[in-house]
Design a binder for this molecule. Structure first.
Ligand code: SAM
Ligand code: DTB
Ligand code: SF4
Length: 351
C-alpha cells in the first residue's frame, strides 16, 4: 500500500483495524510508525513538559491507579492549592532546565467555580515567563473551560485512561461520557486538547486498542496524547499489577503514532521503571514528548541530567517553543521530510 494512504487523517477507525495494527510483526509496525513520524515531525526533536502538582491528595474519586485518591492509604501528604509565588518559582526552574511547557495538576474531581480566579492567575503568570501552559484539574463545565481559555491556557489535559469496556474496572465515580463531555468543552472553548491514557493496569490488548480508537475517533485528534505506563504505588488497588510486556508498550506508542500522525505522542509516566533501550525504542516508534524534571505529580521521574545524557547519546534535541513557532521554516522542513519519506517504497516489506 502506498505510504500516503496510510497517513490519511482518519476518525473512523474500527476495533478490528486497530487490532490489526497491533498484530503486525514488531519491525513492520515500528518501520511504519517511524516513516509516518518523519512525514510530520523532525524525528530528532522531543518536546519537554514539566509537571507541578498545585493541589495534592485528598481526592474524592476512586481511580484505582491513583496515589491521590482519599480512599487509599498511600502515605501521601495532602496539600492545599499552592500560592502563586510557589507556582511561579517552580515554573522558572522548569524554564531554566529547558522545558517548553508547564503542566499544573490538581487532585480535584472538578474545580469549584471559586477556584477559577486563582488558577487563571497561575496561567497568566506562567505564560508571562514564556512557557506554554497546560492544566489538568478534573472535569470542567463549559463556563470553566471558557474562563481558562480566556486566561490564555494553551492545553487542557484530561485522559480517557482506558477503553470504554475496561473503564468500569478502573473508576466508578465518573463515567466515560463525563470525560468525553469535558474534552468537548475544552475543544469548544478553543484550547488544545491533551488526552491519552494508562497501560499496564491489567487491561487486554483490545482495551489498549479501544483507548486509541476512542482518541483517534474524536472529531479532532488531541494535539497531545500522553501514554502513561502505570506507576504502581503501594496502597493503591493496582499496586501489585503484573508488568506489561515492554514490547506491547512500544506497540501502543507506534499505533498511537500511526493513528494520530500529527499529534505529539508523549512517553509519559513510568519512565523511572524503563531502561534507556526501551525509551529509545519508544522514540523510534514515534514518541516525541516527555515529562521532564525529577517529579511527575507525586511520584519520581528521571533526573533532568539523566534525560539530557540519554538525548545526547541518541542525537535528540529538546524542541523549543520558539522553534515550533516559525511556520516558514517548519514548512520547508516538512517538504524535505515528505521527500525523504517517499523512499519508503524502496524498502523491502514482507506480505
Ligand atoms: N484529578 C484530575 C483528573 O483525574 O482528571 C487531574 C490529575 S490526574 C492525576 C491526571 C492523570 O494522571 C490521570 O487521568 C491518569 O491518567 C494519570 N495518572 C494518575 N496516577 C497515575 C499512575 N499511578 N500511573 C500512571 N498514570 C497516572
Ligand atoms: C498524564 O497523562 N500523566 C500525568 C499528567 N497527565 C497529569 C500524571 C502522571 C501521574 C503519575 C503519578 C503521580 O506522580 O502522581
Ligand atoms: Fe483524583 Fe485525578 Fe487521582 Fe482520579 S486521577 S483520584 S480524579 S487526582
Amino acid at each position: 500500500m502506498a505510504g500516503h494512504d496510510k497517513d490519511a487523517i482518519r476518525h473512523n477507525w474500527t476495533h478490528e483495524e486497530v487490532l490489526a495494527l497491533f498484530d503486525q510483526p514488531f519491525n513492520d509496525l515500528l518501520f511504519d510508525a517511524q516513516v509516518t513520524h518523519r512525514r510530520y515531525f523532525n524525528p530528532n526533536r522531543v518536546q519537554l513538559s514539566t509537571l507541578l502538582s498545585i493541589k495534592t491528595g485528598a481526592c474524592p474519586e476512586d481511580c484505582k491507579y491513583c496515589p491521590q485518591s482519599a480512599r487509599y492509604d498511600t502515605g501521601l501528604e495532602k496539600e492545599k492549592l499552592l500560592q502563586i509565588q510557589q507556582v511561579i518559582g517552580a515554573a522558572k526552574v522548569a524554564k531554566e532546565s529547558g522545558s517548553s511547557r508547564f503542566c499544573m495538576g490538581a487532585a480535584w474531581r472538578s474545580p469549584h467555580d471559586r477556584d477559577i480566579p486563582a488558577v487563571a492567575e497561575m496561567v497568566r503568570e506562567v505564560k508571562a515567563l514564556g512557557l506554554e501552559t497546560c492544566m489538568t484539574l478534573g472535569m470542567l463545565s463549559e463556563s470553566q473551560a471558557d474562563a481558562l481559555a480566556e486566561a490564555g491556557l494553551d492545553y487542557y489535559n484530561h485522559n480517557l485512561d482506558t477503553s470504554k469496556e475496561f473503564y468500569g474496572e478502573v473508576i466508578t465515580t465518573r463515567t466515560y461520557q463525563d470525560r468525553l463531555n469535558t474534552l468537548s468543552h475544552v475543544r469548544n472553548a478553543g484550547m488544545k486538547v491533551c488526552a491519552g491514557g494508562i497501560v499496564g493496569m491489567g487491561e487486554e490488548q483490545r482495551d489498549r486498542a479501544g483507548l486509541l480508537m476512542e482518541l483517534a475517533n474524536l472529531p479532532r485528534h488531541p494535539e497531545s496524547v500522553p501514554i502513561n505506563m502505570l506507576v504502581k504505588v503501594a496502597g493503591t488497588p493496582m499496586a501489585n499489577e503484573e508488568d506489561l510486556d515492554p514490547f506491547e508498550f512500544i506497540r501502543t506508542i507506534a499505533a498511537a503514532r500511526l493513528m494520530m500522525p500529527q499529534s505529539y505522542v508523549r512517553l509519559s509516566a513510568g519512565r523511572e521503571a524503563m531502561n534507556e533501550q526501551m525509551q529509545a525504542l519508544a522514540f523510534m516508534a514515534g514518541a516525541n514528548s516527555i515529562f521532564y524534571c525529577d517529579k511527575l505529580l507525586t511520584t519520581a521521574n528521571p533526573k533532568a541530567n539523566t534525560d539530557m545524557q540519554l538525548f545526547s547519546r541518541l542525537g535528540i534535541k529538546p524542541e523549543s517553543f520558539e522553534e515550533r513557532q516559525g511556520p516558514a521554516e517548519q514548512e520547508a522542513e516538512l517538504v524535505q521530510r515528505l521527500d525523504e519519506a517517499k523512499t519508503d517504497s524502496l524498502f523491502y516489506r514482507a506480505g
